[in-house]
Design a protein around this ligand. Structure first.
Ligand SMILES: [Zn+2]
Length: 463
């Protein structure tokens, strides 16, 4: 039976793109679709028998979108690699490329369920995940899809193809992407994109194979110039920047998702802009890895679409908005920046998610839009309107918890309480599984060659 639910008693932001604000607003939905928005009095008059959720004077927002996440990183918290990591290549080699090889099906599934629950907790209703588990590739994306379905949120998934574990690893990564792309027909909320690690771990042969076998229009999700090594290695080895290589292989289009795009020249931004590709800013991860940050005013000035991700650092998109804001000002030394370009990142996130999910109204609170809606427990102490809403987010909302998370009409978080699994019980289970994962991690060596054992004479470290 379909019944009406109304979320009211809040300040309602109608969309991320050119929004208006309805004070004392409300939104009503039936099934997975919004049917009415407006003042609470209007909405309740239209739906007098509705089930009601109370925003307690906080903000009612469209569900958040995260364009770049790594669910597999959930069990890395507190992990000591027991070796110094002096720069980003060493962070990859000594931490992440050991952790991903240590993952098995149990820890992939658990990491995904932990991360999906965190998305719900922070009001993210659509997430783009970039997955790696070289010792357990086949079927790994099904484990992520199951976690998303269980949590009740939408996801666009991929396996990151790389040559760093040899040609067989690259081939199996390609197969996992192709299998998952072909399978994605039954659940419209789980979609696929073709995953690639980064230019500096991808041979021309592998990219040629991907270009030949990838379904047309499937898009690619790839790290681009997160550290200078990606740019330098690509130029020296392949005679092209990472973005030029993607163009060479026909992978630069309006479904190309380019995470980071920090160490790039203007011509790269121009190529990305002309293709309609999306750059993804990950401010907290960039700060953590000390790799610099995307020059957002420069990229935006050259016409690039720019979105926002968390890159496995957390699942908290609103806090990442604040980090982007502070990082932009602190990093540039220019206190006039932020309000001009950063609201557009949230709009880009919604637009890109809508493109992959075939939901053009995603990111809007409007009749006919998917009922992805959240309430943040931050009652504005001053007027909030169409002009100043971003200030309320950057300075206020990011300090507060999400009270309700609704995805496609399902109430996943109600008054801060998860409708599904108890997060504390799940964390306790994770603490039981993590020691075995960490033990495998510590038994693995490092010095992984970028392009696989046959391509570069790398020494596997002796433990
Ligand atoms: Zn990443």
């Amino acid at each position: 039976m379909s019944y009406v639910t109304v979320l009211g008693n809040g300040h309602l932001l109608t969309s991320w793109e050119d929004p208006s604000v309805v004070p004392s607003g409300a939104v009503a939905w039936i099934g997975d679709r919004i049917v009415t928005i407006g003042s609470e009095a209007q909405v309740l008059a239209a739906h007098p028998d509705a089930r009601r959720l109370d925003a307690h004077g906080g903000l009612i927002l469209p569900g958040l979108v995260n364009l770049h996440h790594h669910f597999y990183s959930a069990l890395a918290r507190g992990l000591d690699p027991r070796i110094e990591m002096r720069d980003f290549p060493e962070i990859l080699d000594r931490l992440w490329w050991r952790l991903d090889r240590a993952l098995d099906r149990d820890t992939i599934g658990l990491s995904a369920r932990l991360s999906a629950a965190e998305c719900v907790r922070w009001g993210c209703t659509t997430v783009f995940d970039h997955h790696a588990s070289p010792s357990s590739i086949d079927g790994s994306l099904d484990l992520l899809a199951a976690a998303l379905s269980e949590a009740g949120i939408s996801g666009i998934l991929c396996y990151e193809v790389s040559d760093r574990n040899g040609p067989d690893g690259a081939a199996r990564g390609i197969e996992e992407n192709l299998r998952f792309l072909a399978d994605r027909t039954e659940d419209p909320r789980i979609r696929a994109v073709f995953g690639l690690h980064a230019s500096f771990t991808l041979s021309d042969e592998t990219l040629a194979s991907v270009a030949e076998r990838r379904p047309p229009g499937s898009g690619v999700h790839i790290h681009v110039a997160e550290h200078p090594i990606d740019d330098v290695f690509s130029r020296e080895t392949f005679g092209a920047t990472p973005i030029q290589r993607l163009e060479r292989f026909g992978m630069l289009d309006d479904r190309a998702l380019l995470a980071h795009a920090i160490h790039v020249v203007d011509a790269d931004y121009d190529l990305a802009a002309a293709a309609g590709a999306t750059l993804i800013h990950n401010p907290e991860s960039n700060a953590n890895n000390a790799v610099g940050r995307m020059d957002i005013p420069r990229a935006a000035g050259r016409g690039c679409a720019i979105g926002l991700g968390t890159d496995g650092m957390s699942s908290d998109v609103l806090r990442t908005v604040r980090s982007a804001f502070l990082g932009l000002r602190g990093g540039s030394g220019d206190p006039t920046l932020g309000f001009d370009v950063l609201p557009g990142l949230l709009a880009t996130n919604a637009r890109v998610a809508g493109r992959f999910l075939d939901e053009p109204l995603l990111g809007q609170l409007a009749p006919g839009a998917p009922a992805d809606v959240i309430a943040v427990d931050s009652a504005p102490p001053t007027t909030i309107d169409a002009e100043n809403w971003f200030g309320h987010l950057a300075y206020g909302a990011s300090d507060f918890r999400v009270r309700h998370t609704v995805a496609r009409g399902r109430v996943l978080l109600e008054d801060f309480t998860h409708a599904a699994a108890d997060p504390a019980a799940r964390a306790a289970r994770a603490r039981n599984l993590a020691p075995a994962l960490w033990k495998r991690f510590h038994e693995l060596g490092w010095n992984t060659p970028y392009l696989g054992p046959s391509a570069v004479a790398g020494e596997e470290s002796a433990r």
